[in-house]
Design a binder for this molecule. Structure first.
Ligand SMILES: *[C@@H]1O[C@H](CO)[C@@H](O)[C@H](O)[C@H]1NC(C)=O
Length: 201
């Protein structure tokens, strides 16, 4: 009898301690630079049935749960929207406002906009005016691209400056045809003498 009540006291103390720790952990999160907030669940106004973005999925997750799909999007700096169909959740590089021409009817799809706001931390570790949001920490740019953090909008948290001959949101595409070169911004044309000559520019 004595032992069990003692144990009970121990359990209660442990639970109280855990509760306290949780508060300490939650309270100790301090935003450095630019941070993002928003609901962990998709806002019903931003959930659009029977529509899809075509051509911008960069990662597929298997789930039938809209909340799981959306939560994966929030936690990924690259994700700007997501959509689901038949148990596949697609994380998207661009949302419907950024690339409206690619927003099409998609029977069976459910499209979800990322709904976040950015805010500034009060820490003095980041100089006022400097952009820091931690999105380059995971080195998202491929093939030697340089990651640059962006703080003006939750829909563009970083950009990649690609090495010659690479392009795409995270420099994932290798430029193999002169046709692609011609679509790039002008300053890049001079980098690629071999191709510039071929297309006669
Ligand atoms: C994700 O799945 C869709 C639909 O099946 C497909 O069109 C798309 O290419 C996939 N994306 C990736 C990154 O695998």
């Amino acid at each position: 009898m004595y032992i069990s009540s003692h144990k009970m006291g121990y359990v209660v103390t442990t639970l109280a301690l855990l509760g306290h720790l949780q508060k300490v952990i939650a309270g100790s999160f301090q935003c450095q630079g630019t941070c993002y907030r928003g609901s962990w669940f998709p806002n019903s106004e931003k959930v659009i049935p029977d529509k899809q973005m075509v051509g911008f999925s960069y990662k597929n997750i298997t789930t039938y749960d809209q909340n799981v799909c959306y939560a994966n999007c929030i936690q990924d700096c690259r994700c700007n929207a997501c959509q689901m169909k038949d148990g596949v959740c697609e994380l998207l590089d661009y949302d419907r406002t950024f690339k409206p021409a690619f927003f099409h009817s998609g029977p069976g799809y459910v499209y979800m906009d990322l709904d976040q706001q950015s805010y500034q931390g009060t820490s003095n570790m980041v100089k006022p005016g400097d952009c820091y949001n931690g999105c380059c920490r995971s080195q998202p740019c491929m093939n030697g691209g340089t990651c640059v953090e962006r703080c003006h909008s939750p829909l563009e948290k970083f950009t990649c400056e690609c090495q010659n001959r690479y392009t795409g949101r995270v420099c994932e595409k290798r430029i193999t045809e002169c046709f692609d070169i011609r679509k790039l911004p002008l300053q890049r044309l001079s980098d690629e003498g071999w191709c510039v000559r071929v297309v006669g520019l």
